[in-house]
Design a protein around this ligand. Structure first.
Ligand code: NAD
Length: 269
């Protein structure tokens, strides 16, 4: 895609699932990739290996660089160190993908303050602090940049039993829009994708159970769950110059999940 070759990208939570697919896709587009991981260095190594291999299969000149950066996005000092390390090693940063995310399932009246804070501090506060650090860098070099937040269909669909997750993704919509508006005239674009049900480790509760998977897929108008590559393709587009005039938007990639499937048939004849 236009304008991605040679760009430097940082992807948080890139040792698995959607983050891993984004790192691989951006490398295939010729970006240098910084792969953030919290704990699982071996998996981050796998991301690096796959990204370089696939990029080199695809690109005529394979000069893609990659970097593993440990850091917990719920910790401000980790974020500052992570962003500084990437800028120091790559020389600059052009793209941030706020992908790291967690969820806790519990009835809303039983969630403790610590559990609530844990989810918000990774999914929302972490995304904001990463964006803040990267925006400081974008402004310092006056060349703009792109931020893509990995939100969810639960940005707009309420999700009982996952109250902190729902709130974090609802907040992400306003994070995306607020930053987009604030920095639009300084060459910084901020967008989001809203994945629907996607085959990743986060959904281990149903992806390997055919019956449960069928129930999930019965609610999706297109009749199937999405995959990480489909999410990564949209992120590459939003990061690229093909999306140069797009900012403040969430692109839902959900097989029609946000189309109110219950209205497919008339409720009364
Ligand atoms: P995943 O569990 O494979 O990925 C989450 C990643 O975040 C993991 O690599 C994990 O190590 C990392 N992470 C967690 N806490 C972290 C922290 N404190 N610091 C740094 N990294 C941390 O699941 P996934 O489905 O690939 O999720 C990626 C993103 O996509 C999340 O933001 C999630 O909310 C969003 N999403 C997923 C789905 C889905 O159906 N899978 C749907 C909508 C949105």
């Amino acid at each position: 895609m236009k304008g991605l070759a040679g760009k430097n990208a940082l992807i948080t939570g890139a040792s698995s699932g959607i983050g891993q697919a984004i790192a691989i896709r951006l490398a295939q587009e010729g970006c240098n990739i910084a792969i953030n991981y919290r704990k699982r260095q071996e998996e981050a190594e796998d991301t690096k290996e796959m990204a370089i291999q696939k990029a080199c299969e695809q690109l005529e000149e394979c000069s893609v660089r990659s970097l593993l950066v440990q850091g917990d996005v719920s910790q401000e000092e980790d974020i500052i160190e992570m962003v500084n390390t990437v800028i120091e090693k790559f020389g600059s940063l052009d793209i941030l993908v706020n992908n790291a995310g967690i969820q806790i399932q519990k009835a809303s009246h039983e969630v403790t303050a610590d559990e609530f804070d844990k989810v918000i501090s990774v999914n929302l506060r972490g995304a904001y602090l990463c964006a803040r650090e990267v925006i400081r860098h974008f402004l310092s070099r006056d060349r703009g940049g792109a931020i893509i937040n990995i939100s969810s269909v639960h940005e707009i669909i309420p999700r009982p039993l996952y109250v902190s997750y729902s709130i974090s993704k609802g907040g992400m919509e306003n994070l995306t829009k607020t930053l987009a508006l604030e920095y639009a005239n300084r060459g910084i674009r901020v967008n989001a994708i809203g994945p629907g049900a996607t085959i990743t480790p986060m959904n281990k509760a149903w992806i390997d159970d055919l019956q449960k998977k069928a129930v999930v897929e019965s609610h999706i108008p297109m009749g199937r769950a999405g995959n990480s590559d489909e999410m990564a393709a949209a992120v590459a587009f939003l990061a690229s110059e093909e999306a140069a005039y797009i900012t403040g938007q969430t692109l839902f990639i959900d097989g029609g999940l946000t189309l109110y499937a219950d209205f497919r048939e008339p409720w009364s004849a």
